[in-house]
Ligand binder design. Structure first.
Ligand SMILES: Nc1nc2c(c(=O)[nH]1)N[C@H]1C(S)=C(S)[C@@H](COP(=O)(O)OP(=O)(O)OC[C@H]3O[C@@H](n4cnc5c(=O)[nH]c(N)nc54)[C@H](O)[C@@H]3O)O[C@H]1N2
Ligand SMILES: Nc1nc2c(c(=O)[nH]1)N[C@H]1C(S)=C(S)[C@@H](COP(=O)(O)OP(=O)(O)OC[C@H]3O[C@@H](n4cnc5c(=O)[nH]c(N)nc54)[C@H](O)[C@@H]3O)O[C@H]1N2
Ligand SMILES: [Mo]
Length: 674
């Protein structure tokens, strides 16, 4: 049924799929009445959704019709950052942007243009589609998209070629579930009931997290490690597996390389030494090692919390090596789950190669805007991203965006804090208003999701706007795919998926990978590497890491900044998306002992600070944090604190050992009562 038909007929329920940055990739049932979104609930097309969804998306009408929604293009009339705009027509806005793009390119070359985009749209019609076409053909700087999953992605690619992981629904078959640096109770809620079913059937649960998360509270063993200390823990278990004879020599000989080098690098990590580095009891590490060696099927759900620090790449690699060393593959419910995005080889339209222009690491946005002069960034185009809220070293990001000679376009659904700095703002549709090709990075499913309501205000989809900019800058080519249908077909063609996949997807709206939605690792799927083996010691990763693969860098805490500040996901936002809807002050959480040592009581006004910045907010005492750890959620907006700064004002713009990722959880701070 088309959108217009639904508008005529009163209340109808239509299928859609959620493309937000979450592993679950839910199928949705959307009720629309007289063209207006009434309610959203879980569908059944993706079995993992199982008819229920998170509160954020159930309430997405609040976002779609929010007061902060950008309804038409605007041109800046006040100082940067103030958010004063004058309404202009789409033609006027696009002409202005296209003229500026051509002028910048003529003056300093295409590399003076920087596209800046990340997690707002995990769909394939709204990212690396016509946007990629525009920026490639302009010869723009390329963006290293490192804000998330760069270390884990690099490790998984080098070690297993991004082989499909254990399907989330197969956790019911596991007898040991290890949740490592991951909090599905907030970040992928459909795994939680599956884990509960497994526990009822006798599975043991181990959680490795500095915070007693809801699952940690229900675990058989919780290792409350110091942030950034997962590497010693994993290496000590690897050492013990080899030394005690519990390593699976037959599996390693047949299916892995590099076991010898891994064993060597792990050799000095006794349980005692690892436990000291991680601030946990040696006997708990040993208990975990024995439980892991003795129990099958055993699965490790490797999350992203452990990657966001100086050791994040090596830590993730060592965690991913565990199932190979212990011989946990080859059974249903055994192995590991990391991101399953590699299952789908979708991506940019395969019509032309990327130009060899310079690559800018997105973690270094502030630094780049303030200091690069080879050439400087003269035109920044932000879409699918809210860098003021989500990129480290917030002060520098704001300073960079405030540069008078920078021309900034922000294309978003709502007036984000980044949009306040724009020279031109453009209104974007939400996934309920545009076509999207959605694929899961947890659930192995692809959806062809259709619009269920007409665009709000003058909002337009990314694929239309970038196609239009291609035309206006003169880089468009006759006859190339531009409509949503044609783009979807071109992306599917480029992905090497067969005709049957396309027929199923277009016919039913949902399709699964050829290997099925629940493959067994090293039975149904193997590393798509040259030799089909797991590479437990990748020379590439070893070269990349400044001190070599599996090298541990100690905690960066100092006496001036002794507390480790982590910024985990909350159930209220997806990164900063929906942050306009919560205008309350959000407290920094402290362990009661750390608070007492500073004379801080629950609810006190406090200042969290380090050499880079400060956040003024309230304190909340939370015994679920291990001592020495403070937490302020990711995705906050300036209105959630008293001084407009968030955890990214305190997070360093240093890079992870591998993958050039962000070290959000390497912030070290002091907190004082005001
Ligand atoms: N509701 C909601 N869901 C989301 C998101 C969201 O913002 N909100 N974001 C989505 C995105 S973009 C992503 S990448 C995923 C991320 O999902 P998760 O993998 O769950 O990642 P985080 O929320 O960053 O952190 C998870 C846990 O890691 C812990 N942690 C922090 N540092 C360390 C460490 O050094 N070692 C260990 N072992 N644990 C540590 C934190 O305390 C936290 O409990 O979730 C997605 N889903
Ligand atoms: N301190 C701290 N910061 C973090 C993290 C952390 O752990 N700690 N985690 C990081 C992680 S895991 C991630 S993934 C990043 C995510 O960082 P971002 O990529 O900045 O993600 P969001 O904050 O969700 O912002 C996405 C924006 O895209 C817009 N958008 C959505 N769909 C569309 C569309 O179709 N078209 C257009 N034009 N716009 C659209 C949304 O309205 C939203 O404003 O944040 C990182 N930031
Ligand atoms: Mo992320």
């Amino acid at each position: 049924m088309s959108v217009s038909e639904s508008a005529v007929r009163g209340a109808v329920t239509l299928p859609a799929a959620c493309p937000l940055d979450c592993p679950d990739s839910c199928s949705l049932e959307v009720t629309v009445e007289d063209g207006r979104l009434v309610s959203v609930d879980g569908g059944h097309a993706n079995p993992i959704t199982d008819g229920f969804i998170c509160a954020k998306v159930r309430n997405i009408a609040d976002h779609v019709y929010s007061r902060e929604r950008i309804l038409h293009p605007g041109v800046r009339t006040g100082p940067k950052g103030e958010g004063e705009f004058e309404r202009v027509s789409w033609d006027g806005a696009l002409d202005r942007i296209a003229r500026k793009m051509l002028a910048v390119r003529a003056a300093r070359g295409g590399e003076a243009i920087l596209p800046y985009y990340y997690g707002g749209s995990n769909g394939f019609l709204t990212q690396t589609s016509t946007d990629a076409r525009l920026f490639r053909r302009l010869g723009a700087s390329r963006l290293a998209r490192t804000l998330c999953a760069a270390p884990t992605g690099a490790a998984a690619l080098a070690m297993y070629g991004k082989m499909a992981g254990v399907a989330l629904q197969d956790y019911v078959h596991s007898k040991l579930i290890v949740i490592w640096g991951n909090n599905p109770s907030a970040t992928g809620i459909h795994l939680v009931p599956i884990i509960q079913r497994a526990q009822k059937a006798g599975a043991k649960l181990v959680v490795i997290d500095p915070i007693r998360t809801p699952l940690a509270a229900r675990a058989d063993l919780h290792l409350a490690v110091r942030p950034g200390s997962d590497l010693p823990i994993a290496l000590s278990i690897i050492r013990w597996l080899f030394e005690s004879g519990a390593a699976d020599g037959a599996f390693l000989a047949a299916h892995a390389t590099g076991a010898g080098e891994l064993r060597e690098r792990a050799a000095s990590w006794t349980f005692e030494r690892a436990a000291t580095a991680a601030g946990v009891a040696p006997r708990d590490v040993e208990r975990f090692a024995r439980l892991y060696a003795e129990t099958s099927p055993a699965v490790i759900r490797c999350g992203w919390g452990q990657e966001r620090n100086r050791n994040g790449g090596s830590a993730s690699a060592a965690i991913l090596a565990l199932p190979a060393v212990a011989g946990k593959f080859r059974v249903r419910g055994g192995g590991y789950t990391m991101s399953n995005s590699g299952v789908w080889k979708f991506g940019a339209l395969a019509e032309e190669p990327e130009p060899e222009t310079r690559v800018i690491n997105m973690v270094l946005l502030g630094e780049t805007l303030l200091t690069r002069d080879d050439p400087p960034v003269d035109l920044l185009f932000v879409y699918n991203c809210n860098p003021v809220a989500t990129v480290p070293n917030q002060t520098k990001v704001r300073e960079g965006l405030a540069r008078e000679d920078l021309f900034t376009v922000v294309f978003d659904q709502v007036m984000t804090e980044s949009a306040l700095y724009a020279d031109v703002v453009l209104p974007a549709t939400t996934f309920l208003e545009h076509r999207e090709l959605v694929r899961g990075y947890g659930a192995m499913v692809t959806h062809d999701s259709r619009p269920v309501i007409a665009p709000v205000g003058e909002a337009r989809p990314n694929y239309d706007v970038f196609a239009e900019l291609c035309r206006r800058t003169g880089v468009a080519r006759e006859g190339e795919p531009e409509s949503a249908d044609a783009l979807r077909d071109a992306i599917l063609d480029g992905s090497g998926r067969g005709e049957e996949f396309r027929r199923t997807l277009v016919g039913s709206g949902v399709a699964y990978p050829e290997g099925g939605a629940a493959p067994i690792q090293f039975v149904d799927v193997f590393p798509p590497t040259a030799d089909g083996k797991a590479q437990l010691f990748s020379p590439g990763l070893d070269d990349e890491a400044a001190h070599g693969l599996y090298h541990f860098e100690p905690d960066p805490a100092t006496s001036a900044a002794p507390l480790a500040l982590v910024s985990p996901s909350t159930e209220k936002t997806i990164s900063s998306t929906f942050g306009q809807l919560n205008r309350k002050i959000v407290p920094i959480e402290l362990n009661p002992a750390d608070a007492a040592a500073r004379g801080i009581a629950d609810g006190d006004r406090v200042r969290a600070f380090n050499a880079q910045g400060e956040v003024v907010t309230r304190a909340r005492l939370n015994p679920n944090l291990r001592e020495g750890v403070a937490a302020l959620p990711k995705g906050l907006w300036g209105h959630n604190t008293e001084n407009g700064a968030t955890s990214n004002a305190l997070a360093p713009d240093s890079l992870t050992d591998i993958g050039g990722g962000a070290c959000f959880n390497d912030a070290r701070v002091e907190v004082e009562k005001l």
